[in-house]
Design a protein around this ligand. Structure first.
Ligand code: ADE
Length: 227
């Protein structure tokens, strides 16, 4: 898989892909991640990338030409399955969407900054708009990193224990059951007996029951959504 991220602030993306699971997936050749600095495509002598909004109002808008120049270059080099714009206006990201995107070959992510991007880029290039939640961040860089992380950890071989991505919270529409590790007793609190029993069926049943209890308590909306 290949993920190209277009941004006006590449420094915000210099850390997240260099550690842990994403780093390992890159080292194993499961994914290539390229960060493109919009300033390299800026207009004129001053490499301008943003301008005032027509009609007035606060904040700057990313100009269409630099974005189009970067997109055209990438689209001429290979076919992309999706051009995704990260924006609070988008569809709120969920595990189902992440699962679907993890099966794609080539993705472009556009991280907006400042007030937003020129609407014509959205009309001409963007195939999908994604929000990571109903709150506003300074830009789409952190959302792009979050989306990339969520996708990459699903690539076969990215996680040591092949089954663990499948038992995540949300993967079956439920939150996770409580987890325990050693010691058996911590500050007077004991690990539930069933987890020490070695009885795999009973452990599975307990976990499902706990996941249901936790989901009912914290996220009853997820139970309504389950197919
Ligand atoms: N850019 C700014 N806020 C955002 C959000 N919540 N989701 C995606 N992109 C954003």
């Amino acid at each position: 898989m290949r993920i190209d991220i277009i941004t006006a602030v590449p420094a915000l993306l210099s850390g997240p892909f260099d550690a842990s699971i994403v780093r390992r997936a890159r080292d194993k050749g499961l994914v290539e991640i390229f960060v493109h600095d919009l300033h390299d495509y800026g207009k004129g002598k001053y490499k301008q990338i943003d301008d005032y909004p027509y009609g007035g109002g606060a904040g700057m808008v990313l100009m269409p030409e630099p974005l189009a120049a970067c997109l055209d270059r990438l689209l001429a080099e290979r076919t992309y399955d999706e051009v995704i714009f990260l924006t609070p206006d988008g569809m709120v990201l969920d595990q189902k969407t992440v699962n679907a995107l993890s099966l794609r070959q080539n993705l472009i992510l556009i991280a907006g900054h400042y007030k937003g991007i020129d609407e014509r880029i959205r009309s001409l290039y963007v195939t999908r708009e994604i929000s990571i939640g109903d709150y506003v961040l300074s830009g789409g860089e952190l959302p792009a990193a979050i989306l990339t992380d969520a996708i990459v950890r699903l690539l076969p071989g990215a996680i040591g224990d092949e089954t663990s991505a499948l038992t995540d919270s949300f993967q079956d529409g439920l939150l996770s059951a409580p987890l325990y590790t050693r010691p058996e007793e911590f500050r007077g609190m004991k690990v539930p007996d069933v987890l020490l029993s070695g009885h795999h069926r009973k452990i599975r049943e307990w976990r499902t029951e706990q996941a249901l209890i936790r989901t009912r308590q914290r996220r009853p909306d997820l139970l309504d959504e389950r197919d």
